[in-house]
Ligand binder design. Sequence first.
Ligand code: COI
Length: 397
Amino acid sequence: MTVHSSVGAVTQVVLLSDAQRENLPSTTPMANHRIPSFMAADLVIQLSCTLKTKPDRGSFGFGTVFTDHMLTIEWSETEGWQAPLIKPFGDLSLHPACSSLHYGIQLFEGLKAYRGDGDRLRLFRPMLNMNRMAAAAKRACLPAFDQSELLECIRRLIEIDQDWVPRSDSASLYIRPTLISTEPTLGVKKPSRALLYVILSQVGSYFDNEAEAISLWADPKYTRAWKGGTGDCKMGGNYGSALFAQYEAVDYGCQQVLWLYGEDHQITEAGTMNIFLHWINEDGEEELATPPLDGLILPGITRQSILELTRKWDEFKVTERFLTMGQLCSALKQQQVKEIFGSGTACVICPIGHVTYQGKSLKIPCQGENSTLTSRIAKELTDIQYGRTVSDWTFLV
Ligand code: COI
């Protein structure tokens, strides 16, 4: 059992089972681990004694309503990882010189918990998020951790806040693991302190009208990512620095940016999503294509799942290949484009209806509801996520 002193309105609660404690190594906390890591068995839990009122069903936005608890795990160069702590949701206290604020030394993840068949809570391929987070931590010079230990801590957090997982198949609980440098000095250097925390938020659809195709603005004057950069990591800077272009897209009457790269205007990503083109390619073959993971592209879990799913169908060619605006324009002219869609955890699948490029509005075909590849993939994925289809991609909470 772990006892933690009470703070303010927080009640002392001790929840660790004997079985969990039995798994603790006998000598040092890190003794049995290849990667020096925190361990879920060390979890300390302080439950909030004032639970928040949950908003009415149907009023979910994206990321505005947070649950009662959060997970925090502190790290320092000298002490290593501290015991994970689940505590009442609240503000962080950071040193004003904290290098995540000054130099953007931070990263995040995004995954969802779904309440589905049998009132069970499910995560979708969460180890892929954990692994991507570990890869980004390495790139950001932030500390390594054991990915399965983090997943178990997150599972416990969701279990505690389980009533917040919406009873709706158009909503879910968004999980936001975050790792920030808390280095309290102004030198640009590898952090000597860090904080890993996880917050949970009830979410509905990411875009205002999820069913509607969105419009993209494509202009090579802004670049989201570049060779050798960090476009393949979920670092806040990739998103914050995209904001200016995003608002210019809105000025041009579009909802999101179609990110281009290089002299040949390679198509890379759409807003915060990966992008797929379903078309008849230059060789007359039906193909589903998405840009390859060349360092510019975020290795999306939805992207990977779409590739694996459609390759299993074996109905058309599925490729990771470079695509340019020139190829798209000539395919549109020859009516060879079937559809284009974006994919991501937040939106799952989002059809694209227009692209504004070089002063022209290019209409992208969408073949009507329920007959498109977009809606077929969306249905197959959401059936797995909500447990209507049994799959080994499901992780039960
Ligand atoms: C996601 O789709 O998972 C995202 O990362 C979008 C997020 C930046 C809101």
